[in-house]
Unconditional design. Sequence first.
Length: 185
Amino acid sequence: MKRRKVKIIKEPKARGEWGESVFMVRAVEQGLPVSRPWGDSNSFDFVVGKPGRFVSVQVKSTTVKSGGGYVCSVRQNNAKYARGAFDFVAAYVIPEDVWYIIPAKKLAGRGYVTLCSNSGGANFEEYREAWHLLREAAGMEEETASTRPEESAAETEEVPTGPGVQRVQNAFDFFRRQLGKCGRR
């Protein structure tokens, strides 16, 4: 996938809100149902999954380069999160356009993590773009081409697009499939 050039938002709160919106789009692209709780007083930003199998996700983002990677804070109001506050952290390294989906239990006792590192201390590379962990935890089955409704020739026509247009098209295709499922019930 071609990496996109991102203009970095300077104000931290606005950048965090933008990062959360990018998470929603990416999760939907991955076929994950995403819901956002009302207000911002919860210890998590989103729930992913279906009734009976929801998992909570805390979204973080970073632009802070340090040594051989990027430092991402996994703190709330300058304090560590309480155990059980969420199930996963979705950490976005903005300059690299890379997501890390990290189980909360792997962060126990940590206030910061280093991501996108090529050093010997690269403890989280196995979680790079690990969207499958959210699918598995939420009991979601990956859709395969064999389970998708038949597409007409007009729908499969190739049209050159950039990465932003492709993301919108992927989200549109996902919602169309979901609507098709509702009509078959």
